[in-house]
Design a protein around this ligand. Sequence first.
Ligand code: 3HC
Length: 307
Amino acid sequence: MDDMNLQEFEARIARGEKIEPGDWMPDAYRKQLIRMISQHAHSEIIGMLPEGVWLGRAPTLRRKMVLLSKVQDEGGHGQYLYHAAETLGATREEMTDALLAGRAKYSSVFNYPTLTWADIGMIGWLVDGAAIQNQTMLAHCSYGPYSRAMVRICTEETFHKKQGMEQIIRYARGTPRQKQMAQDALNRWWWPALMMFGPHDTASPNSAQLIRWGVKTKTNDELRQDFINKMVPDFHAIGLTIPDPALRYDAASGDWLGGEINWDEFWRVVNGDGPCNAERLQIRRTAHTEGAWVREALNAYAARAEA
Ligand code: 3HC
């Protein structure tokens, strides 16, 4: 029976149909999606923290309002994605416990410190830009609830990217000190942003299955290369230097080819030993503890409403 179901499932994927929560799906498909979507949700929530620390130090009220709006958006993205994972049978409690216990992954890029206000602009342009590159692809994902969440999230991410672009372009065209701040931010965020696309395809244990079942429609390296090709001309246009001495333009392929990512750093940070891993998880654990009364009140209210 499962062989027949699998054949029909894969035929549906080949026809470009969306798989919905009540449809038959291989256990491995369900497991992959819970893994990927819950980690994506964790990334959105933890991703609020590097920018959140600058909310009280924004240079103008306008910048403060824009950043407040962005950080709130990220929290909302996390909720959409946790809910998408719940449609597969995962519970909010299980996912949260995995994160708080350090068992769940989230994007390593959020384990780096935000040292100046220019980092806020660079995160918006570079990090959210990388997220858009990936999430635009995921909007075509074979699992219905995930692909629909991506459509909504990408719309908001576009605003995140544009506000970052505006800031970095202003600083690059501003005083020498402002331009240096923008260059310093690019120097520190370029490589962690490239790591957002994951290990090389040859070192990606999940990609083959995700591609086969239409969750990913491009590989990690394809997405990364598309992103580099987009970002290099943009930064060159405003006089910033990409912190990769090996970077060169290959006219035959039209690609900007760079040096190798420091995969030792990648896996060290993924596995919990990055500059801010402990701090990020501690803040998230404290928020969970201090927010227990809200969850208890909501549960009590829901129980009484059902009684
Ligand atoms: N940080 C942390 N872990 C990473 C990682 C990264 N940058 N890249 C890969 N990994 C992990 C994977 O989770 C996997 O571990 P696991 O099997 O224990 O889960 C392992 O490294 C091997 O990587 P694979 O390539 O085999 O894993 P995937 O096929 O899942 O590809 C991915 C990794 C590209 C991150 C993919 O999971 C994905 O596209 N996820 C959805 C998008 C997402 O999570 N984006 C994170 C950023 S969200 C964001 O930027 C918010 C924005 O508002 C700023």
